[in-house]
Design a protein around this ligand. Structure first.
Ligand SMILES: Cc1ncc(COP(=O)(O)O)c(C=O)c1O
Length: 403
């Protein structure tokens, strides 16, 4: 059988790599495993989900609209407007929002839409997609399978854990079809300032590439709320040309299993994305769209979750804050901890503490210029549990790292 050669370039996804790393290592005896390798919020789910699903159960036998029900899109547009202080009417639910079955799928599909099949008419070489390194690996997979050249831009301690796209060679920017940015970032938790977002939007417009702003951690923050891409568009005059923002309920509402998110922004890009999704995208089932709309309309549960994440970070600081590699992050729920050798630390955490953490090098790729993998020294720890479980996990991890 012949298949897509890009699949070989991708290799295994980070979770499969971690499973292979730990396959022959027994977990510490007598300890219940604690899974801190995956960003899956373990907080209770708001009751409104079950209520909405029960109320709308007559919809199970209906094909749901791929673009989202009017109610879903209205709830999403109203949430964006409230959250980012956008001018009324800037986000038209019918033109500027489409529903997504979780954001992973649409982040992937965005590359299929944005990447031209040859050189995009620039004559300068194959199309390029920019992404931070480390990154959410879906950006990389989408880029390779869309036939573009991934350009990994360091997002390391030296660059404040954000990639500096504006500093790239203009010839490379001319070939760029798409740039992904995640703020707050996974795994480092860095937040792009409003000024950075504005500069990036101007850069994208100047060079004619699409900016995909992954904002799925936007509601989990310490200090002040992270600014968003549409807020930056508003500050630049209100046009959303060249900008898509991606929002999800997986993290905001502890609802990873609901598979509900949306994409908003540039109407023309959304129309193309919707065309693609009509051919090959999974819609959100009707009862779940109703549940998702209820969640977007409620902030109380989000405020409660945020306070819990704050407490989790205080706990982490208490237990790990004295370590040399520790740093506080303003957003998201991951600790990105410099331990010298991430794979060795992940093995030790499992062997001595029955705690699963993600080696940082699995969240990044070797730099094309230097060959060095900027995540190798790190581990990623998901702070997503109740306080007792998190305390046990972090204490066992601290002990394992001491050995
Ligand atoms: C950075 C980032 N973007 C997007 C997603 C996708 O989330 P979902 O498909 O659940 O909306 C995740 C999930 O872990 C993520 O970490």
């Amino acid at each position: 059988m012949r298949d897509h050669p890009g699949l070989d370039l991708l290799g295994d996804y980070p979770f499969q790599r971690l499973a292979a790393l730990l396959k022959d290592i027994p977990a510490a005896e007598g300890m219940a495993p604690i899974l801190m390798h995956i960003g899956e919020p373990q907080l209770p789910q708001p009751a409104m989900v079950a209520e909405a699903v029960a109320r709308e159960s007559h919809l199970w036998n209906r094909y749901p609209p791929v673009e989202g029900t009017s109610d879903f899109r209205a709830a999403a547009a109203a949430w964006l407007t409230r959250r980012y202080g956008l001018p009324d009417g800037m986000v038209d639910p019918e033109r500027h929002v489409i529903a997504a079955c979780g954001t992973r799928e649409v982040l992937f599909q965005t590359a299929l839409v944005a990447v031209p099949d040859r050189d995009g008419g620039t004559g300068a070489g194959p199309p390029v997609v920019l992404m931070p390194n480390p990154m959410y690996h879906v950006y990389y997979g989408a880029t390779v399978l869309a036939g573009a050249e991934p350009v990994l831009v360091p997002a390391t301690a030296e660059s404040g854990f954000m990639p500096d796209y504006a500093a790239l060679d203009p010839n490379l920017l001319r070939r760029t079809a798409l740039a992904y940015l995640c703020s707050p970032g996974n795994p480092q938790g860095a937040v792009a300032s409003l000024e950075r977002l504005q500069t990036l939007i101007e850069l994208a417009r100047e060079h004619g590439f699409l900016l995909a702003l992954d904002e799925c951690y936007s509601e989990i923050w310490r200090g002040s709320p992270p600014p968003g891409g549409l807020e930056a568009c508003a500050a630049l005059g209100g046009e959303m040309e060249g900008v898509l923002v991606f929002h999800s309920l997986s993290k905001r509402s502890n609802a990873a299993g609901l598979r509900a998110g949306f994409v908003a922004g540039d109407a023309a890009a959304l129309a193309r994305l919707l065309r693609l999704r009509n051919y090959g995208g999974a819609p959100i089932p009707g009862p779940l769209q109703a549940a998702a709309a209820a969640l977007w309309r409620d902030e109380d549960h989000v405020v409660r979750s945020r306070a819990h994440y704050q407490a989790l970070f205080e706990l982490a600081r208490r237990i790990l804050g004295n370590r040399a590699g520790y740093h506080d992050s303003p957003g998201g729920f991951f600790l990105w901890l410099d331990v010298g050798d991430g794979e060795a630390a992940a093995r030790a955490a499992w062997r001595h503490g029955a705690v699963k953490v993600m080696p940082g090098g699995y969240m990044s790729r070797p730099d094309s210029a230097t060959g060095a993998n900027p995540g190798d020294r790190y581990i990623r720890i998901a702070l997503v549990h109740d306080l007792d479980t998190a305390e046990a996990g972090l204490s066992r991890l601290a002990d394992a790292l001491e050995r």
